[in-house]
Design a protein around this ligand. Structure first.
Ligand code: AR6
Length: 168
């Protein structure tokens, strides 16, 4: 598995799957979620609604998969990061779960290349340095990581990009 760092808009990245930092409603929102739904179009939202009707949204730390509509990737994996409130241990585990459960879905769907945004570090206020360490560790520790060819960490803001650059 190759780990790569990119400073980019994740909606423009050409990989098998991009990951969305969604919320439990799966109905879209701001940040990267808003960008994905805007560019990806109605197909993604329609599938999210179907998933909602079936299982009632997505719990924090869990992940679901849809097609990617008009985006260059084939799939969007929607995961729900924790809202930071200082309960360090619980929130850190939930954030690691986001990466692990997204990778599990990737392997189950034959996805070989996957791009992650910096989940929870925007509107959900997870400390960026802590989140980056958790993300990199969760990917490296993923038990079936040999089945994935490439993992991209896509940073949108300079601060996250510098943090990842130092870690990687
Ligand atoms: N490409 C890549 N990264 C991006 C993009 C983009 N186009 N836009 C923003 N980011 P956030 P969260 C980065 O707030 O903290 C939504 O309303 C951004 O710089 O998108 O998990 C959802 O519906 C930041 O580093 O997600 C939820 O309600 C990172 O993406 C809530 O926000 C995550 O920021 C989720 O909050």
């Amino acid at each position: 598995m190759i780990l790569e760092l990119l400073k980019a808009d994740i909606t423009e990245v050409e990989v098998d799957a991009i990951v969305n930092a969604a919320n439990t409603s799966l109905l879209g929102g701001g940040g990267v979620d808003g960008a994905i739904h805007r560019k990806g179009g109605k197909a993604i939202l329609d599938e999210c609604v179907q998933i909602r009707n079936k299982q009632g949204g997505c719990k924090t730390g869990e992940a679901v998969i849809t097609t990617a509509g008009n985006l260059p990737s084939q799939y969007v994996i929607h995961t729900v990061g924790p809202v930071w409130n200082g309960d360090k241990e619980e929130k850190s585990k939930l954030l690691a779960d986001c990466y692990k459960n997204s990778l599990n879905l990737a392997v189950e769907n034959g996805i070989k290349t996957i791009a992650f945004p910096n989940i929870s570090t925007g509107i959900y206020h997870f400390p960026k340095d802590k989140a980056a360490e958790i993300a990199v560790k969760a990917v490296k520790d993923f038990e079936r990581i040999s089945e994935i060819e490439k993992v991209l960490f896509v940073c949108f803001d300079d601060e996250n990009y510098q943090i990842y650059k130092n870690i990687l």
